[in-house]
Design a protein around this ligand. Structure first.
Ligand SMILES: *Cc1c(COP(=O)(O)O)cnc(C)c1O
Length: 349
C-alpha cells in the first residue's frame, strides 16, 4: 500500500487475483478494509501503537502482524488480549547492498534478541514466519539469495518451526540507467533457496512487492513554465510526485507532448519544481528535444510507485486532475502483447 494507495489501483489488483495487502498504518488498514472488504490485511510495520493493533485486530479482522522486538510482542499480546489466532512474522536484518534504497538500518531484530524473540513469538503465534526487506529496487537476485541465507541461519540456530517465509518487497522496475534482470530470475533464486530451507512441506512463501507491481501504473504530465538554459521550471517537483527525483536523484523516462512532434536533437535537461524552495530541484538528466520551451507539456513516466503517493499541497501547489488512459507504460518489466508491441520483457526508455 505504501507504494501507491490509490483505491482504483487496488481494485485492479483485486480483479487480477491479489487477495492479501501489506499495510503499515491504521489509515492504510481502514482504506483497504473500506475498498476491499474481503481482502486479507497483513500489518507489516514492525512498530505499531497499541490502540492501532487493537483496532486492526478487533474492528478490521487483521490477524497477521510483523515485529522485531520483545517490546512489540508484548504490545501485540496485550492489544489483542492474548489472542491465539495470530500469524506473527519476525523481521530479521538483511543487507541492502544490492538495492538503490536502503531499508536495512531502521528495522530488523537485533542479533542479541533474535533467539529469544523467535522462541517467545513461537509460543504466542498460531503460525509463525520470518520476514525481511532487501531494500527497494534490488538490482540483483543475489540480494534475495543472501537474505535467505540469513533466514536459514536463524532457523538452524534456533530450531524453531517456521510456517511462513516472507521475502518482502524490493522487486525492481525499469528506469533510465537502471535496467534490472528479468523478474523470473529473482523468482527462480527465491524458489531455489526456499526449497533448501529446513521448513515443513506446508510452509508458505510470501512476498510484498510494491514498486514492481505499480511503477508502471501512472505517468504525470507537467507543463514547462519557463526555460533557463538547460533548466526547465515545471509545475511538479520535490513536494509533489517527483519527490524521489529531487531528494535522491531518481531518474524517470520523459517525453515531450506537443501537437506537432519536435524535430530537434535531444539534449540533457534538469528540472526546477514550482515551490519557492531551492531544494525543489531535480538534476536528472532528463532527455528531451533541444527546442523544449515554456508552454510545452512533458509526460514523466513510471510514477505509479512512490510518485503519485508522495504529493503534498506545500506552497499551494499539488492541485491535480487524474485521467484514466489505456496506453502502455513508458517502460515495462512485463511483456505486453498488443498491436504495437508483441515482444516480452520489453524495456523501453
Ligand atoms: C516499502 C515496503 C514494501 C514494498 O517495497 P518495494 O521496494 O516497493 O517493493 C514491502 N514491505 C515492507 C515492509 C515495506 O516497508
Amino acid at each position: 500500500m505504501k507504494a501507491n494507495p490509490s483505491p482504483d489501483l487496488i481494485k485492479v489488483l483485486w480483479d487480477a487475483g491479489v487477495t492479501h495487502y501489506d499495510v503499515a498504518s491504521i489509515g492504510e488498514v481502514r482504506l483497504v478494509s473500506a475498498t476491499l472488504p474481503e481482502a486479507t490485511l497483513c500489518f507489516m510495520h514492525p512498530v505499531k501503537a497499541e490502540e492501532v493493533i487493537a483496532e486492526a485486530y478487533f474492528t478490521h479482522g487483521v490477524r497477521t502482524f510483523s515485529l522485531d522486538s520483545l517490546d512489540e510482542l508484548e504490545k501485540i499480546r496485550s492489544a489483542t488480549k492474548g489472542a491465539t489466532d495470530l500469524n506473527l512474522l519476525v523481521r530479521i536484518k538483511v543487507s541492502s547492498d544490492h538495492s538503490k534504497l536502503s531499508l536495512s538500518t531502521k528495522f530488523g531484530a537485533s542479533d542479541d534478541e533474535l533467539e529469544q524473540l523467535m522462541f517467545e513469538t513461537r509460543q504466542t503465534a498460531d503460525a509463525m514466519g520470518l520476514c525481511f526487506h532487501v531494500g527497494s529496487q534490488a538490482m540483483s537476485p543475489a540480494a534475495y539469495a543472501e537474505a535467505m541465507e540469513r533466514v536459514r541461519d536463524a532457523i538452524v540456530r534456533t530450531a524453531v518451526t517456521i510456517d511462513i517465509i516472507d521475502v518482502g518487497g524490493g522487486f525492481p522496475s525499469a528506469y533510465p540507467g537502471m535496467e534490472p534482470p528479468a523478474l523470473e530470475q529473482y523468482f527462480q533464486v527465491i524458489h531455489d533457496k526456499f526449497e533448501d530451507l529446513p521448513v515443513s512441506y506446508s510452509a508458505e512463501l510470501w512476498c510484498e512487492p510494491g514498486r514492481a507491481l505499480c511503477a508502471e501504473y501512472s505517468s504525470v504530465v507537467v507543463r514547462v513554465e519557463k526555460r533557463r538554459g538547460q533548466d526547465l521550471y515545471i509545475n511538479d517537483g520535490a513536494y509533489g510526485a517527483l519527490f524521489d527525483a529531487a531528494h535522491i536523484g531518481w531518474r524517470y523516462p520523459v517525453r515531450l507532448l506537443r501537437a506537432e512532434d519536435s524535430e530537434a536533437a535531444v539534449e540533457d535537461f534538469a528540472f526546477y519544481g514550482p515551490t519557492c524552495d531551492d531544494l525543489d530541484h531535480m538534476v536528472g538528466p532528463f532527455v528531451l528535444p533541444g527546442d523544449v520551451r515554456a508552454g510545452d507539456y512533458i509526460e514523466v513516466g513510471m510514477l505509479g510507485a512512490y510518485g503519485c503517493a508522495m504529493r503534498t499541497a506545500f506552497n499551494g501547489f499539488g492541485v491535480e486532475e487524474s485521467v484514466v488512459v489505456s496506453d502502455e507504460p513508458m517502460a515495462s518489466l512485463y511483456g505486453f502483447t498488443t498491436e504495437q508491441d508483441s515482444g516480452s520483457n520489453v524495456v523501453r526508455l
